[in-house]
Design a protein around this ligand. Structure first.
Ligand code: MN
Length: 209
């Protein structure tokens, strides 16, 4: 019943030159694997309160996690959930937003460029390590950021927000970009926009309607 690291649905070098193969390999095989290992340890220690729950169920109801394991489940459960989402919403040739998602982006941000500007700002203004998000609350889009491995779904009491579900996230920890971009987080964010899997983001958007 323990959690496992999902395979990335493309090769480590598929996102070159925007995200380099070495970064993808270390990020998935080392960083994500460490979150999963630590999450499994915390869930085992927590016992019945956490056994059998999905990672989404765990991070959406951190109050149900025993005090002694709540911090570990927040950090490593968040890490597992966030990275699983991250791999899925990237692709070598991600296309462009379609259908209801495209209309929703235009309604809130004016254009796809407007969304990119908002997401770029969310990533750049997150001090230290964290994530920038595009969220849908029943179809209403917004951008935000969270610290560390927090996720909007954790809710305001645990570092999240009251803004619905994340449908797109970009990791702004230095481990996500330092090999290729060093201190230039903004260049990494600009490159990320070239590898967004808009079909998957649109599918996730559809689930929130
Ligand atoms: Mn990461």
């Amino acid at each position: 019943m323990s959690f496992t690291v999902p395979d990335i649905p493309y090769a480590f070098d598929a996102l070159e030159p925007h995200i380099d193969a070495r970064t993808m390999e270390i990020h998935h095989d080392k960083h994500h694997a460490a979150y999963v290992n630590m999450l499994n340890g915390a869930v085992e220690a927590a016992g019945d309160a956490c056994t059998g729950k999905s990672v989404e169920e765990l991070i959406c109801d951190l109050d149900a996690v025993p005090d002694a394991q709540r911090g570990a489940v927040r950090n490593h459960g968040g890490g597992h959930f966030n990275h699983s989402l991250f791999w899925s919403i990237m692709a070598a040739d991600g296309g462009s937003p379609g259908g209801e998602l495209a209309a929703a982006i235009d309604a809130v941000f004016g254009s796809l460029d407007g969304l990119k500007e908002a997401l770029h700002k969310a990533g750049m203004t997150r001090f230290g390590s964290g994530w920038a998000w595009l969220c849908s609350d029943g179809g209403k889009l917004s951008t935000c950021s969270t610290a560390n491995q927090d996720n909007p779904l954790m809710g305001p009491a645990h570092g999240g927000h009251d803004c619905g579900a994340p449908i797109l996230g970009v990791d702004v920890w230095e481990h996500a970009y330092y090999l290729r971009y060093q201190n230039l987080r903004g260049d990494y964010l600009n490159a990320f926009f070239n590898v967004i899997n808009w079909d998957e983001v649109g599918r996730r958007y559809g689930e929130t309607l």
